[in-house]
Design a protein around this ligand. Structure first.
Ligand SMILES: Nc1nc2c(ncn2[C@@H]2O[C@H](COP(=O)(O)OP(=O)(O)OP(=O)(O)O)[C@@H](O)[C@H]2O)c(=O)[nH]1
Ligand SMILES: [Zn+2]
Length: 361
């Protein structure tokens, strides 16, 4: 019998599997010009695995150009740099090179030599996989002669995954403080790696004609759950729900892209850097991330699934308006949402206005 292709993983599924392998500390296989290359995430790989990969003396550490800059390492590859690792480089040294939030506690002994020859594109793919897995962008790479079948391989030329389509998985009534008739709908990506929620206040139905009061909210464990005073997320979440209840209906999309898409571990690293004096944007850059990695295509897809084509969008962020518009949602009005100013988030809100284009109060 010929094995049916339908039972094999697609490139998108392999990429999600590779991200999960990296999080578990396993190597994944990338296709280099001269043969297979194994990649381990500096953040998660156990010491004995790192040692096994570095022992033959051909391993490199790929880091972002931003990180290389703080280490005074020459950058030959545009957005990234590669450092040669000797056979006896320890895990502690690799982690210290990777994680800027530990620089004060583990000062590094340089100088470090950057590699200029060979293909940088494979290192770029490896760093993109790490970022997609919400790991620090720091990957140890080494060529190998043979690859056992147990490891996940990223097909040659298979790009990184675009967001997978979302399916509505379950819905239920959920009385909340703001509105006892609330319904909660859960959406899951086809590749299973992410779930987003739609909180429906009042009768928002597929046939609703007028624009729907809408909030597209990105997850913030520290603000939404703990009531952190460092940001405005918790008050925005509850103010949005209250205003929807007052208005007789609305839809709040809760997108699980914590820390503007860098994940909670990296957001905490960013907070550690902020305590050293860097602002929100600089902290992301020093960690090797762009300022904002959020994907709002999911929001448009959920709105469409709920039958909502026209919205009054509660936000101070004009980028959200642009992106939803580009994804075919008509933003009839932007409704400002200025709540939750504290003495601890004044700088955060100022940086949003000055550097991220938010419209101030
Ligand atoms: N990387 C990073 N993320 C942060 C920081 N502070 C808050 N966040 C995240 O920023 C996001 C805030 O999202 P929103 O409130 O939906 O969006 P916004 O762009 O601020 O725009 P508004 O609609 O005006 O609130 C959440 O994912 C937070 O976890 C920070 O210092 N660094
Ligand atoms: Zn927050």
């Amino acid at each position: 019998m010929i094995f049916p292709d339908a039972l094999l993983p697609s490139d998108a599924e392999l990429s999600v599997r590779a991200q999960s392998d990296l999080k578990a500390g396993l190597p994944v296989v990338l296709h280099g010009a001269d043969g297979p290359v194994l990649a381990l995430a500096a953040e998660t790989a156990p010491a004995e695995r790192l040692a096994a990969l570095t022992a033959p003396g051909r391993a490199v550490l790929a880091i972002s150009a931003w990180r290389a800059g703080t280490l005074k390492i020459r950058v030959y590859d545009g957005d990234l740099a590669r450092i040669a690792l000797s056979a006896d480089t320890t895990r502690a040294e690799i982690r210290a090179l990777s994680d800027p939030s530990n620089d004060l506690s583990t000062p590094l002994k340089g100088p470090f030599a950057a590699i200029r020859d060979g293909a940088a594109d494979i290192a770029r793919t490896a760093l993109a996989l790490a970022r997609a897995a919400r790991l620090m962008p720091a990957m140890v790479l080494a060529p190998v002669d043979t690859v056992p079948p147990a490891l996940t391989r990223i097909a040659p030329g298979a790009g990184l995954p675009r967001a997978a389509p979302l399916d509505r998985v379950a819905s239920a009534r959920l009385p909340i403080r703001e509105d006892t008739q609330t319904r909660l709908h859960l959406y899951r990506s086809a590749t299973g790696e992410v779930e987003h929620y739609a909180v429906q206040i009042g009768p928002v139905r597929a046939d609703s004609a007028g624009p729907v009061l809408t909030r597209v909210h990105s997850a913030c464990f520290t603000g939404d759950v703990l009531g952190s005073l460092k940001c405005d997320c918790g008050p925005q979440l509850h103010a949005a729900l209250a205003r929807m209840a007052e208005a007789g209906g609305g839809l709040l999309l809760y997108l699980n892209q914590e820390g503007r898409g860098i994940g909670l571990a990296n957001k905490l690293r960013a907070y550690a850097l902020q305590d050293q004096g860097f602002d929100t944007v600089e902290a992301n850059h020093r960690l090797g991330f762009d300022d904002d990695l959020r994907d709002f295509a999911a929001a448009a897809a959920i709105l469409r699934d709920r039958g909502v084509a026209r919205v009054r969008l509660m936000t101070n962020n004009p980028r959200k308006v642009d992106i939803l518009t580009r994804h075919g949602i008509e933003v009839v009005e932007r409704v400002p949402l200025w709540v939750g100013r504290t003495e601890f988030n004044a700088d955060y809100l100022r940086v949003k206005a000055e550097r991220s284009g938010h419209i101030p109060e």
